[in-house]
Ligand binder design. Structure first.
Ligand SMILES: NC(=O)c1ccc[n+]([C@@H]2O[C@H](COP(=O)([O-])OP(=O)(O)OC[C@H]3O[C@@H](n4cnc5c(N)ncnc54)[C@H](OP(=O)(O)O)[C@@H]3O)[C@@H](O)[C@H]2O)c1
Length: 285
């Protein structure tokens, strides 16, 4: 089994730095098989969301895996339609029910829309009630981040945003530094972008370490101190992706990957377009 690395969050909880993301994995057998395979391979962290509509399958696979509940880290996320004092408390109870668990390890506000300040208050109450262990944010890249940081009694333990070698989030890291909030990368492999995976530097480093370009990119994230959960349902990719704890990029190699940062995002909608697109969707219970 691969050696996992853990990061101690600003609330003292220890999160496995590497996991599996299940965005766009259909609920039912496909999600259950992916999560079960991952746990068998030594994965101990699953990233889901109400919006992914596969929380029930994630919870079932974790329960049936034989991995003790306190060794498996489950992250899920609240959609803007669930945000607001009172409403969020109910949404958390429904989430616990869908996941079939007594607590959620990490609960995030998925998007910077809706009554996120009211939602934060209920999330903090859920921590006090033992229903949630850690709380954080996702996609709060506008000045709404500072609004939440000012209002929060419990500072966010993580911030989950698009992050990969072409978009490394240096400015956001500076905004978060004094809060001890750790970056989680979505699209860690550029959503599987063929151009990113074919980048010459990753091929060369892969040859040196006998690893694939994807493994080199994931190793770079790990050494940057970022939390990653690449999505795959391909068992060979799943085994490869966790096999990154037996080599180390040198300082010079880390710097060469950092030099690839070119400000290129794969997700390019502006704030207003995002709000319009996302409000059109309300996840089913
Ligand atoms: N908070 C948010 O708003 C947000 C948004 C997006 C994503 N996320 C989270 O971040 C996770 C990861 O993002 P993502 O799934 O969109 O992108 P990603 O992990 O960067 O890329 C996934 C793609 O890479 C391919 N892939 C995986 N491992 C590979 C390997 N070893 N070699 C070659 N190709 C490989 C996968 O194909 P195969 O399945 O064929 O391997 C898939 O097409 C999501 O599952 C979700 O948990 C969060």
């Amino acid at each position: 089994m691969s050696k996992q690395t853990y990061i101690t969050l600003n609330d003292g909880n220890k999160i496995p730095q590497f996991g599996l993301g299940v965005y766009m994995v259909p609920a039912g057998e496909e999600t259950e098989t992916a999560v079960r395979t991952a746990l068998d391979l030594g994965y101990r962290h699953i990233d889901t969301a109400h919006a992914y509509q596969n929380e029930r399958s994630v919870g079932k696979a974790v329960r049936e895996s034989g991995v003790p509940r306190d060794e498996a880290w489950i992250t899920s996320k609240l959609w803007p339609s669930e945000c607001g004092e009172g409403k969020t408390a109910e949404a958390i109870d429904k989430m616990l029910d869908r996941l079939g668990t007594d607590y959620i390890d990490l609960l995030l506000l998925h998007q910077q829309f809706g009554d996120y300040l009211g939602a934060r208050r209920d999330m903090e109450r859920a921590v006090a009630a033992g229903k949630v262990r850690s709380i954080g944010l996702s996609n709060f890249e506008s000045d709404r981040l500072e609004e939440v940081l000012d209002a929060a009694t419990i500072k966010p333990s993580v911030m989950q945003v698009e992050c990969h070698p072409c978009y490394q989030q240096g400015e956001l890291k500076k905004r978060l530094a004094s809060y001890g909030t750790v970056l989680e990368a979505w699209y860690p492999l550029g959503h599987g972008d063929a151009g990113l995976l074919a980048e010459r530097l990753f091929t060369k480093l892969g040859e040196k370490y006998d690893k694939s370009p994807a493994q080199v990119i994931l190793r770079w994230h790990i050494q940057e101190g970022t939390i990653v959960f690449p999505k795959t349902t391909n068992p060979a990719h799943m085994a490869d992706n966790i096999d990154i704890f037996d080599f180390e990029l040198t300082d010079d190699e880390m710097a060469r990957v950092r030099a690839l940062d070119c400000g290129r995002r794969y997700f390019t909608l502006g704030l207003e377009e995002q709000e319009a697109a996302l409000s059109a969707f309300v996840p089913a219970d």
